[in-house]
Design a protein around this ligand. Structure first.
Ligand code: DAH
Length: 363
């Protein structure tokens, strides 16, 4: 084959390509595939004399580029045809989520307490040590603080030069002394804040907020939620506390759920109690109908949190005269309270914050 013949072959190939273009089909395979027409033609280069070889190579290269461009524009035209929108197709439904189970529990708790006249507040989750500890009758070095495995913010402590005075807790108030800053480990920091906000009783507060502690296992997460109740007025006594707890138990866990208070110790209440609710499975008996021991509670009761009569020093820290007023307080974790609800049986609360939709979509 000489150069002229090659040129003729190329012209033929191009014109057959043109005809093929209008009829469709896989032109890429036909022209550029392994056994395609281009490769067939390229073999002819061996028959071209050495003087014309360079020119023949050039012609073939140009042909290849030409073929590539033509066939690729053919595929993009057919692709764009395929992606054309079919306006008669039904629309895609957006996935609708729902609020997180803990937010649902918070709404429920808020609703229950609003019905009996509590005001819902939300106090800082990054707060002064004074509100989280000192005003709650826990002086700077008190060992009771160890109970709350607290994350402190690494800033200088500016209260060092003002001595702690049990009779004058407000001497080291943050507005005077600044102080240490922490991630609040309990919603009790809202107690004195609410006394300050209102100036004087009556107080009926629910502080609902995030808390933080150095802990992580099947029943604890480093970030969790608590709610804190505080009632201060003239003549408030333990019966008011017990009545409020029973009311909550019945509303949140269902009619017939009872509350129980057991003596305990907290620095900010006197007397102090731990609060239990009766188990919804064995109804507080610890024994199932078939005589087996209830595995869910083991004793008939679930411990949920703490409560007590507000300590006079806490009232003093909030500028309230403990000789005129008394109060009760209670507080506990929302995750724990929630996972005890009938039918949930969540045995690892870390799942709540795993972000795993397979878990969350069940609620
Ligand atoms: N703040 C306590 C805790 O995190 C719970 C608590 C106990 C709150 C007694 C109270 C109370 O208001 O009176 O463990």
């Amino acid at each position: 084959m000489n150069l002229h013949e090659l040129q003729n072959q190329i012209t033929k190939l191009k014109s057959s390509l043109e005809t093929d273009l209008s009829s469709g089909g896989d032109l890429n395979a036909k022209y550029l595939g392994k056994k395609g027409l281009f490769n067939e033609l390229a073999k002819a280069i061996q028959q071209v004399g050495p003087t014309d070889r360079k020119a023949a190579g050039q012609l073939l290269n140009e042909l290849k580029t030409d073929l590539e461009q033509t066939t690729s524009s053919q595929t993009s035209v057919s692709q764009s045809r395929e992606t054309e929108t079919d306006l008669t197709m039904p629309g895609l439904k957006p996935k609708v989520g729902h609020i997180h189970p803990i937010s649902q529990a918070m709404e429920e708790i808020v609703h229950i307490f609003e019905k009996i006249g509590f005001t819902i507040v939300r106090y800082p989750e990054v707060d002064w040590d004074w509100y989280a500890f000192e005003s709650l009758n826990m002086p700077p070095t008190h060992p009771a603080r160890d109970e709350w495995e607290t994350f402190f913010i690494d800033l200088p402590d500016t209260t060092k030069n003002i001595p702690y005075d049990v009779n004058n807790p407000r001497a080291r108030h943050p507005s005077v002394a600044g102080g240490k800053i922490l991630l609040t480990p309990q919603t009790s920091n809202g107690q004195v804040r609410e006394m300050e906000r209102l100036g004087k009783p009556p107080i009926r507060m629910i502080n609902i907020a995030r808390c933080y502690r150095r802990q992580q296992d099947a029943t604890h997460t480093q970030m969790f939620h608590q709610f804190e109740g505080l009632v201060v007025d003239k003549g408030i006594n333990i019966q008011h506390l017990k009545g409020t707890l029973d009311y909550f138990a019945g509303q949140f866990y269902g009619a017939g759920t009872k509350s129980r208070i057991r003596p305990f110790h907290f620095q900010f209440t006197e007397p102090s109690f731990e609060v239990d609710f009766s188990c919804h499975i064995c109804h507080g008996t610890g024994v199932l109908k078939n005589g087996d021991k209830c595995k869910f509670c083991k004793s008939g009761w679930h411990e949920v949190g703490g409560a007590g009569m507000v300590h006079p020093n806490v009232l003093k820290a909030g500028n309230i005269d403990p000789d005129k007023y008394t109060g009760f307080a209670f507080g506990w974790g929302i995750e724990r309270t929630y996972t005890l609800q009938a039918g949930l049986n969540i045995d690892d609360i870390r799942l709540l914050y795993s972000g795993d939709l397979r878990f969350l979509e069940q609620f």
